[in-house]
Design a protein around this ligand. Structure first.
Ligand code: NAD
Ligand code: ZN
Length: 251
């Protein structure tokens, strides 16, 4: 696609002169790792009811439904970082990217080598028993979930809640304020793989724009917010980011 090539050149120029780029990612960055997104083609909302499986009310009614969903989202896929995660980590090593703000809970940015990752919606790293407050590492739960719905070893409760932000819960205020600071400070704000409909996360590009950052979006489908961006690339994040990194390295 010629027009994408021109846009990729423009992104390369912006990144080359940037002193502080912030990358903001959503479910789309992990699609090439085999984790389905919520919205868009093949999205989980075609098959699951978000109110049932991803809201705090649904979880309190029926934690087992959440764990069935989590199994499909995170365990069966055995996801590893993809080209997009690695390219973003590489941009940090090159001194261009100063922070990754992610809505994802899959920890794949850290696994790919990004060191400054702000997880707006928490992550699966720890799972707490809501009844007796025992904390588990995700790896322990992951092993059990293959065979059965996990329950607390200390008290038998099914109310095992990962430290992720469910619909209906507030975002961690310290992480959100750090992310807002990054959006204010950056000169380039690059969105990768987000439909930009989940608030308050989707407010961050507006903060960056108010502070005169250049805005880039790399997303498979158009979003309702495309108009506010300086460069809009529709395509697969892995292929596009890899091209960008290669061009930055070889000039
Ligand atoms: P979303 O599901 O609303 O949208 C995903 C977007 O990614 C779509 O617009 C789609 O066009 C795009 N996309 C799909 N494949 C792509 C690819 N290969 N390259 C680039 N773009 C691609 O995602 P969202 O905006 O992050 O909001 C959903 C919420 O779901 C977030 O809050 C997040 O916490 C959560 N979520 C996380 C994961 C994960 O951790 N991997 C997975 C699903 C949902
Ligand atoms: Zn317990």
């Amino acid at each position: 696609m010629d027009s994408n090539n021109n846009k990729i050149e423009k992104v390369v120029e912006l990144l080359r002169s940037s002193k502080h780029t912030v990358v903001f990612t959503g479910a789309g960055v992990s699609v090439e790792s085999g984790i389905p997104p919520f919205r868009g083609a093949g999205g989980l909302w075609e098959r699951y009811d978000p109110e049932e499986v991803a809201s705090i009310y649904g979880f309190k009614r029926n934690p087992k439904a959440f764990w069935e969903f989590a199994k499909e989202l995170l365990v069966k896929t055995k996801a590893e970082p993809n080209k997009a995660h690695y390219a973003i980590a590489e941009l940090e090593k090159m001194g261009i990217v100063k922070a990754v703000i992610t809505q994802n809970i899959d920890m794949l940015h850290q696994k790919a080598g990004s060191s400054r990752v702000l997880e707006l919606h928490g992550s699966m790293e720890y799972v707490d028993c809501l009844d007796c407050h025992t904390a588990y590492k995700w790896e322990e739960i992951e092993k059990k979930i293959e065979k059965e719905i996990p329950r607390c070893e200390s008290c038998g409760s099914y109310y095992l809640k990962p430290r992720v932000v469910f619909f209906g819960e507030a975002l961690p205020s310290d992480v959100l304020s750090e992310a807002m600071d990054e959006a204010r400070k950056c000169d380039v704000f690059m969105v990768v793989g987000s439909s930009l409909v989940v608030y308050p996360a989707a407010h961050l590009p507006f903060i960056a724009k108010e502070n005169e950052a250049k805005l880039i979006i790399i997303n498979y489908d158009p979003t309702d917010r495309d108009e506010m961006f300086d460069v809009v690339i529709h395509g697969k994040a892995g292929d596009i980011l890899l091209k960008i990194v290669e061009k930055l390295k070889h000039v």
